[in-house]
Design a protein. Structure first.
Length: 125
C-alpha cells in the first residue's frame, strides 16, 4: 500500500491520506473539499465552482501516480442540499465530458468549513 500526497501541498491537520494505492494500482482518493491544496484557500464560488475544484483536486492526487480524470471509475459526492443536483451534474459533465464514471450523490446536513460539496473517488491506473 502506498500513500499519495499532492506535491507542495500544505499539511492537513486531520488523520487521513489524500489517496492510497493498492498493489493493483487501484487508487482510493479521500474526500476532496473545494480547497486549494497549495494555498489552503477555500473556493469562493457556488456549488458548480466548488464541484469543479473538488474534482480537480481528485485529479491532482491521481497525477501523483501518473493518472488523470480518465482513470476515475467511481465517485461519491456529498452535498449539503439536494437542490444543488443540477449544478453538480453540470460540473461533472463539464469535467468528464463524454466519460461517465459511476456516481452516487448523498445529501448531508453539513460539510466541513461550511462548504457545499466534498467528493471521494476510486480510480484504476
Amino acid at each position: 500500500m502506498e500513500e499519495l500526497t499532492i506535491k507542495n501541498s500544505k499539511k492537513v491537520g486531520a488523520h487521513y491520506s489524500a489517496g492510497i494505492v493498492d498493489s493493483k494500482a487501484t487508487v482510493y482518493v479521500s474526500g476532496q473539499l473545494p480547497i486549494n491544496p497549495i494555498t489552503r484557500e477555500k473556493c469562493e464560488g457556488g456549488v458548480y465552482e466548488q464541484t469543479l475544484m473538488a474534482l480537480e483536486n481528485i485529479e491532482s492526487v491521481l497525477k501523483e501516480k501518473n493518472g488523470s480524470r480518465k482513470d476515475i471509475l467511481r465517485t461519491t459526492a456529498y452535498v449539503s442540499d439536494m437542490d444543488y443536483w443540477e449544478d453538480v451534474n453540470k460540473a461533472y459533465s463539464d469535467f468528464f465530458d463524454e466519460k461517465k464514471p459511476a456516481r452516487t450523490i448523498v445529501c448531508v446536513p453539513a460539510i466541513h468549513f461550511n462548504l457545499l460539496v466534498e467528493i471521494e473517488a476510486i480510480a484504476e491506473i
